[in-house]
Design a protein around this ligand. Structure first.
Ligand code: 13P
Length: 261
């Protein structure tokens, strides 16, 4: 049986500067090379960083020759035109940005993005050949009111509703809103339960459900990554604050090294 390669993705959110990016990316590239020398390329997880858009050119130059990919934090559902402040998929492609986070709870909350808009973005990103990372997750109130499953089902089914049968390449990220930036983390058991449920939602839609990656996000850090990543349906992490420290991010990457490739 081939072991599914995990994906460790850093969402830098609105945290970057030329100097901090340079230090962070150089340390990541060096650290990943050292890990590769130790465990071999086949055992490494896939690694992705998602900086703010103005830094794509700088980061893609720094990543040149490394195996680290670059992603965006959102994208417009439109191709081009009078959409002030928006970024298009063709712009992402020009900067070699091949992943895009969609439906992050901070975009849902502060930019008022709804399920219908997110579903259009997912469809367009797939059509353009990018890999969407679709974020879903319940709030604290929703969890307390026993609505976790209903919220996850609504968000997953809606986000994927325009995709053709048997889609592949999509990544889903389970990010409980109450765990983002709070220091609270879903326990490995809680994360596993929701991830298994998400996979069960994918199964009727695609024969690739088992191979698709479902990431956990929400205060994942160097201390808790190992236990979360050991769960059978946790295929990686979408990391916020710990992705801004090269040592923390590299430690999470080490926790995702395949034990028996
Ligand atoms: P934190 O890791 O800072 O909780 O953020 C998680 C997140 O929102 C990743 O997209």
């Amino acid at each position: 049986m081939t072991v599914k390669r995990k994906l460790i993705a850093g969402n830098w959110k609105m945290n970057a500067s030329f100097s901090s990016n340079e230090a962070l990316v150089k340390a990541l590239v060096t650290g990943l090379d050292a890990l590769k020398a130790q465990v071999g390329q086949p055992s490494l997880p896939d690694v992705l960083v998602c900086p703010p858009a103005p830094y794509w050119a700088q980061v893609s130059a720094l990543l040149e020759g490394s195996s680290i990919a670059q992603g965006a934090q959102d994208v417009s559902e439109h191709d081009k035109g009078a959409y002030t402040g928006e970024l298009s998929l063709s712009m992402l492609k020009e900067f070699k940005v091949d992943h895009v986070i969609l439906g992050h709870s901070e975009r849902r909350r502060y930019q008022f993005q709804n399920d219908s808009l997110i579903c259009h973005k997912v469809f367009q990103a797939m059509n353009a050949g990018l890999t969407p990372i679709v974020c879903v997750g319940e709030t604290q109130d929703e969890r307390e009111q026993g609505q976790t499953w209903a919220v996850i089902k609504r968000q997953v089914m809606s986000a994927l509703s325009m995709l053709p049968v048997d889609f592949d390449r999509v990544v889903v990220a389970y990010e409980p809103v109450w765990a983002i930036g709070t220091g609270l983390t879903a326990t490995p058991v809680m994360a596993q339960e929701v991830h298994a449920y998400i996979r069960s939602l994918l199964e009727p839609r695609t024969t690739h459900a088992k191979a698709l990656r479902i990431l956990y996000g929400g205060s994942m850090n160097a201390a808790n990554a190992q236990a979360l990543l050991a769960q059978p349906d946790v295929d990686g992490g979408l990391i916020g604050s710990a992705a801004l420290s090269s040592s923390d991010f590299l430690s999470i990457i080490s926790s995702a090294v395949a034990r028996n490739p």
